[in-house]
Structure formats: structure tokens, C-alpha cells
Design a protein around this ligand. Structure first.
Ligand code: SF4
Ligand code: SF4
Length: 123
């Protein structure tokens, strides 16, 4: 099954890639201005237009994936550099640079840093 969503605005895919913010979900690839992230057997794509598409065999997993993508894109675009998520990463995979955080390649996709972000809590 699949699900479609939209942020209602264009997404700067370059900023999304530089932030590494999709890494907490799973392995990420960037092709022709779109981001693709694997979550187990499921997958989601984020397009520069702001549209998001998710595919999964399992409805519950698909909902979780779409939610995590929404949160992660918000973190990428709106990070205030508060550092709260850094304190929740046990793998030293989050660095801060010019008041924004970046998720490094050594992220193990545990997802522990996603929902602790105040940007998410206040949605
Ligand atoms: S807490 Fe660290 S290892 Fe876990 S998803 Fe976030 S950055 Fe990756
Ligand atoms: S917790 Fe703070 S530093 Fe981490 S992504 Fe959210 S706003 Fe940025």
C-alpha cells in the first residue's frame, strides 16, 4: 500500500541532504533532486515540490514512516541548534555547526533523536 502527503511548500533538497536528518530513519539516497529513505522493507520519497510518497506492506509501519519523515524534514529545515537531540544520541552521531545540527554517517538509525526535538513536540 502507499500514502501521499505534502508539506504545502517546496523543500530545499540540498539542505535536507546536508543536514543528514533522514539518516535516523534508515539508509538514504538522493537522486535527481529527490530524497529516498528505506525503513526496513518500506520506503519513502521526498520531492523538491514538497510532496511525499510512502510505500509499505504494513499500514501501521507506513503511518510511522510518514510521521518520521514529516518530523525529520521539519528538523532539517527549522533546526534552531538547541542541542537537545545531541544529548539523546549514544553514538556521537550528531554534530553542531553554525547553530544547526547535522546527523553524521555513523548514525545507526535508532531514531532516538527524532521525537525529543522541541520542533516536533510543539506541532
Ligand atoms: S540518536 Fe544518534 S544514532 Fe540514533 S538516530 Fe539519532 S543520530 Fe542516529
Ligand atoms: S533538538 Fe534542537 S538541535 Fe536537535 S534538531 Fe531539534 S532544534 Fe535542532
Amino acid at each position: 500500500m502507499s500514502a501521499d502527503g505534502s508539506f504545502g511548500q517546496a523543500i530545499d533538497i540540498e539542505t535536507l541532504e546536508e543536514s543528514g536528518m533522514l539518516n535516523p530513519i534508515g539508509n538514504v539516497s538522493f537522486i535527481e533532486g529527490a530524497a529516498s529513505v528505506a525503513f526496513g522493507e518500506s520506503r519513502a520519497q521526498v520531492f523538491a515540490s514538497g510532496n511525499v510518497n510512502g510505500r509499505s506492506e504494513n499500514e501501521k509501519v507506513l503511518k510511522k514512516l510518514m510521521r518520521m519523515v514529516e518530523f525529520s524534514v521539519r528538523r532539517a529545515l527549522l533546526c534552531q541548534g538547541c542541542g537537545i537531540c545531541m544529548g539523546h544520541c549514544e553514538h556521537n552521531a550528531i554534530e553542531i555547526k553554525e547553530k544547526r545540527v547535522r546527523i553524521r554517517e555513523n548514525c545507526i538509525h535508532c531514531g532516538a533523536c527524532i521525537e525529543v526535538c522541541p520542533l516536533i513536540k510543539f506541532i
